[in-house]
Design a binder for this molecule. Structure first.
Ligand code: C5P
Length: 413
């Protein structure tokens, strides 16, 4: 199975910000995945990370200023960007973004960025007020209009003790954005899954207690949405049935928004026939057995109401056991904390699906709430162990595995 990062050449421009230390981890991860990394360090960046650390981890010379390159024996700045498959700026400071937006070229980094014909991905990092400043937002709009890819920034605690948007994306997120760029290239102009209808469930469900309260779970929907995006990019006709999430709508998919498990099942049934169904949603196993049309009141002196739960439909099992219109390939997810394989193998048989993607969510893996996932693909033929990957990369791999399945079916027909 191809890895989008294998043999890719990344030119990493490290700007001056406290987040620069995260680049060390990014370099390590990129190299683990078979990419080569060449680093260009701005003068401000050198205040935060050393040339020695960057050079040791990248295994290459670290470039620092324009005058390094005047020696005819040395690589010229044009070659530096020409030799790369992708330029990544991390951290992209407010100053660097402003220079890029204005097209300045007064030093090595800005010259490289102006002289390149390659895609550029930036990971902004700055104080929240600098990020929300009209000037930075104006520059951001300009950069997006110029075709620059952006990852982050995230919301959170900042080094300056303030809270808000401005934290640089985590290395795993930057890695996923780099990978997404290369996977887009792989299928550019090609639609290998054209004609395949994929039905995907994603996110949590909300089960009402009364008109204002509900039971829910912590699913973000990241994995399901990433699968929808990956399949759509390969040309599949995608119906995404999603519970409530904070995620942007994936491009090129038909999105059906639902709240409850019962609504999710109805939306899935309405979307049939489908060639492949992927149940990535964290469907609530139970709902509250109430039909409260008014908010339950807290009456003085009255005891707390008790809630009776009833079982929700199991969407994966229902789709897997359909007598007519059963999708050719039905895939479920299983989150396990122990005996991962054993439990997932049993779940595959119990639910009647074809494949199970088993996540190891034991606390030591850091998968829960994190960006990475360790999965095992369980099929009738056996098990495949996948490496620790960003959720987006898991989605890409699964999409390619689904493509291989339909290709081999076509070949046999
Ligand atoms: O039984 P468990 O919740 O561990 O199974 C997980 C798999 O079953 C996931 O694929 C999930 O989307 C699906 N599921 C479902 N409907 C339910 C419960 C789980 O589709 N009510």
């Amino acid at each position: 199975m191809s890895d989008h990062l294998q043999n890719r050449r990344i030119l990493l421009i490290v700007g001056g910000g406290i987040a620069a230390y995260k680049c060390l981890e990014l370099i390590r991860r990129l190299r683990e995945r078979g990419a080569s990394v060449r680093v260009v360090l701005t003068a401000a960046g050198a205040e935060f990370v050393t040339k020695l650390s960057l050079g040791t981890l990248s295994g290459d010379k670290v470039y620092t200023d324009l005058f390094d390159l005047t020696d005819t024996a040395a690589i010229g700045h044009i070659e530096l960007s020409r030799d790369a498959d992708l330029l990544v700026v991390a951290p992209a400071t407010a100053d660097l973004m402003a220079k890029m937006a204005a097209g300045l070229a007064g030093d090595l980094v800005t010259t490289l960025l102006l002289a390149t014909d390659k895609k550029v991905l930036i990971a902004p990092a700055m104080n929240v007020r600098m990020w929300t400043h009209r000037a930075t937002q104006r520059n951001l709009e300009q950069l997006m209009a110029d075709g620059i890819h952006i990852v982050g920034p995230n919301e959170g605690e900042m080094a300056c003790n303030e809270f808000g948007y401005g934290r640089m994306a985590e290395p795993a997120e930057i890695l996923a954005a780099i990978e997404a760029h290369f996977s887009e290239l792989e299928f550019e102009g090609e639609q290998p899954l054209k004609g395949v209808h994929a039905l995907i469930t994603s996110g949590p469900t909300h089960e009402p207690i009364d008109p204002v309260r509900y039971l829910a779970n912590r699913s973000s929907g990241k994995q399901g949405h990433a699968i929808a995006t990956a399949l759509a990019r390969m040309g599949a006709d995608v119906t995404l049935v999603s519970g409530p999430t904070n995620l942007p709508d994936p491009a090129g998919v038909t999105l059906k928004r639902v709240e409850t498990a019962r609504e999710m099942l109805v939306a899935c049934e309405a979307a049939l026939p489908a060639d492949v169904a992927i149940c990535a949603a964290a469907v609530a196993d139970w709902r509250v057995d109430v039909d409260a049309t008014q908010k339950i009141k807290k009456e003085p002196g009255a005891s707390a109401p008790s809630l009776t739960l009833v079982e929700n439909p199991d969407i994966l099992a229902t789709l897997s056991k359909l007598k007519t219109k059963r999708p050719t390939l039905v895939i479920g997810f299983a989150a396990e904390t122990e005996k991962v394989i054993e439990h997932a193998v049993a779940k595959r048989l119990r639910k009647g699906c074809d494949w199970i993607v088993a996540n190891d969510v034991s606390p030591e893996t850091g998968v829960m709430g994190g960006e990475l996932n360790t999965v095992h693909l369980i099929t009738a033929e056996g098990q495949e162990d996948w490496p620790l990957l960003p959720k987006q990369a898991v989605a890409e791999r699964l999409a390619r595995r689904i493509l291989a399945y339909f290709d081999s079916k076509k070949a046999k027909a």
